[in-house]
Design a protein around this ligand. Structure first.
Ligand code: AHR
Length: 499
């Protein structure tokens, strides 16, 4: 039997969990908005056309912030088209996803939807086809009380009170050649800095996220962040990171080890942030907004065949399997292990488009990746302990020898609870784990939840949404102040301990 050891101490703390790391993302893309969260002709919808079944699952996930309206979409978006009487809103071409956007759902509807879903808005401004002026107009429309052109326009649209949106993204993936009006690092640094400066003149309560790199292998990575931060340090609060993984080569051991790449990517972004901080002799620390992350590849081939210039196509509709849930679990553990510097993270996306929640005319269901996200969002709030993991290893093509176990321990002081999150990536063998509870020695196991399936390719579908589901496990116990638990091969685990 393989064995691993976790070592914790109550005083060895990484940081507090910012609840916004359980954020998500709704882009005007595919069926995320239309038929996902908004479908006025559906029996599942409320009086505003919001899908109640979707909202129930969003509430279950307890998502505190949702990024909107893109993504690549935002780089061609005219926000003015999406407000006011619906019958007067124009249909427009969306050059990012080659579809028609009807604007029947827009920014006011989104603000209403987030209120009903108990989350906040993270709004992105268009720094692709547009610039500082449009960003300022949008901010004025959303946050200025009254008496000005755009605040009065909002009021005339039935929104007397400002939306008070606090978190704003300065464009999207501006380092990517695929982006509409992609920019060089210096072009973006200038535009983002001047836009940030002006936006903060208008509303000093807002927080701003500048675009970092679109993924860890971007050729401009590092230099991009350094340039943007050197120029905009005083006006920017967070630098973004985006990261998706796929298993195109059908190499599960390497695929599951991708959390190593995420960890290195995060550490490198922190290094660049602190390099600029040092260079500037600044007291201010720039933190990270990992505002797009997930597994994404299942839909690539299908999407190449899609007809252009239609509305709400089945686009980016990845059907997630069990191994995807394991990697999502490992990515969540990695995010938690950087709780001191990652303050916002958005699982991309929320509904129908590379999403934990799917909808059809018969209802809404949970994909496999729903579960690790649900568990972390539900139980992973509080203080993250610096969890030392001494793990056996396995060998994989992409990274060589890697740990079988990814794990992190979170103390939830409100509930007086200790929570161990762990993934066993060994595809064949179980791993026994021991952890001395030290200052938590009176704690006992109150629940061990496990997500496991014999087939890593197993999926949840509309006709069988219960194929991959979490179950209660009984092989964890505490004896003489030591937790001992057996983690099944290929499994996601949540072990909750209480006094
Ligand atoms: O989430 C899908 C797309 O991935 C987003 O529009 C873009 O920002 C990223 O490349």
């Amino acid at each position: 039997m393989k064995e691993a050891k976790l070592i914790i101490d109550k005083d060895f703390v990484i940081g507090s969990v910012d609840k916004r790391i359980y954020g998500s993302f709704i882009e005007h893309l595919g069926r995320a908005v239309y038929d996902g969260i908004y479908q006025p002709d559906s029996p599942f919808s409320d009086e505003q056309g919001f899908r109640k079944d979707t909202m129930e699952l969003v509430n279950e996930l307890n998502v505190p912030i949702v990024r909107y309206p893109g993504g690549n979409f935002v780089s061609g978006f005219c926000w003015e088209d999406s407000v006011g009487p619906k019958e007067e809103r124009p249909s427009r071409v969306d050059l990012a996803w080659h579809v028609i956007e009807t604007n029947q759902f827009g920014l006011n509807e989104f603000c209403d939807w987030t209120k009903k879903s108990n989350s906040d808005v993270m709004m992105a401004v268009n720094l692709g086809t547009r610039g500082t002026e449009e960003a300022l107009n949008l901010l004025e429309y959303c946050n200025f009380k009254s008496g000005t052109k755009y605040s009065e326009l909002r009021k005339s649209h039935g929104y007397n009170e400002p939306h008070k949106i606090k978190t704003w993204c300065l464009g999207n993936e501006m380092d990517g050649p695929w982006q509409i009006c992609h920019k060089s690092a210096s072009e973006y640094a200038r535009l983002a800095t001047e836009t940030a400066k002006a936006m903060k003149e208008l509303d000093s309560d807002i927080e701003l996220v500048a675009c970092g790199s679109s993924h860890s292998q971007m050729p401009s990575f590092g230099e991009w962040e350094a340039k943007v931060l050197e120029e905009g340090y005083d006006f920017i609060d967070y630098i973004s990171m985006h990261q998706y993984y796929g298993n195109q080569d059908n190499d599960t051991p390497s695929f599951l080890a991708n959390s190593i790449d995420l960890d290195r990517f995060i550490s490198s972004v922190i290094a660049v942030c602190d390099y600029v901080k040092g260079k500037k002799h600044s007291d201010k620390t720039i933190n990270i907004s990992l505002d797009e992350w997930n597994v994404w590849y299942h839909s690539f081939d299908q999407d190449k065949k899609l007809e252009k210039w239609v509305q709400k196509p089945h686009q980016l509709e990845d059907v997630y399997n069990f191994e995807d849930a394991l990697l999502v679990g490992s990515m969540l553990i990695t995010i938690l292990r950087h709780a001191d510097r990652i303050k916002i993270a958005c699982l991309a996306q929320l509904v129908n488009v590379i999403a934990p929640i799917m909808t059809s005319d018969t209802g809404a269901w949970r994909q496999t990746i729903f579960y690790p996200f649900y568990h972390c969002s539900t139980f992973g709030r509080g203080t993250v302990l610096n969890t030392l993991v001494i793990s056996p290893t396995y060998n994989c093509k992409k990274y060589g020898d890697v740990p079988c176990i990814d794990s992190v321990v979170v103390v939830n002081d409100d509930k007086d609870e200790l929570v161990v999150f762990a993934v066993n990536k060994d595809l064949v063998e179980a791993v026994t784990i021991s952890m001395e509870l030290k200052q938590f020695k009176d704690f006992k196991v109150c629940e061990h939840i496990v997500l496991h399936h014999d087939d890593v390719k197993a999926v949840n579908t509309e006709s069988n949404p219960w194929e991959v589901i979490p179950v209660k496990e009984t092989n964890s116990s505490v004896s003489e102040g030591v937790l001992t638990t057996k983690l099944k091969c290929k499994s996601w685990n949540v072990i909750r301990l209480r006094k």
